[in-house]
Design a protein around this ligand. Structure first.
Ligand SMILES: [Zn+2]
Length: 98
């Protein structure tokens, strides 16, 4: 199926785009809050590094895709654990428990 067939109208495309942008900014806020909290609590360096890496991926426009298989990560997974940048299968989870 050609790509254009999935885009039903420019208005829908703009709505999709707006939704995506809003979700990204919501997740960025979540990440920044967690980063502040992790630093304040002197959390494990590994946790801070994971959050910083996720923010870096966001700046590069790569955020929200699995770092191993590049599948799009589900929004509910990102909301639960915004720093996790692997899908459940690649992260070795048997269930969606991130
Ligand atoms: Zn994956």
């Amino acid at each position: 199926m050609p790509l254009m067939a999935e885009i039903r109208s420019p208005r829908l495309l703009m709505e999709e785009c707006g939704r995506y942008t809003a979700q990204l900014s919501e997740l960025r806020t979540l990440l920044e809050e967690r980063l502040r909290a992790a630093r304040a609590e002197r959390a494990r360096t590994r946790d801070v590094a994971a959050i910083e890496a996720a923010l870096e991926r966001m700046d590069q426009g790569l955020y929200g895709t699995c770092t191993r298989c590049e599948v799009l990560l589900p929004l509910d997974r990102l909301r639960r654990a915004p720093h996790v940048q692997q899908c459940a299968a690649c992260a070795g989870e048997t269930r969606m428990s991130a």
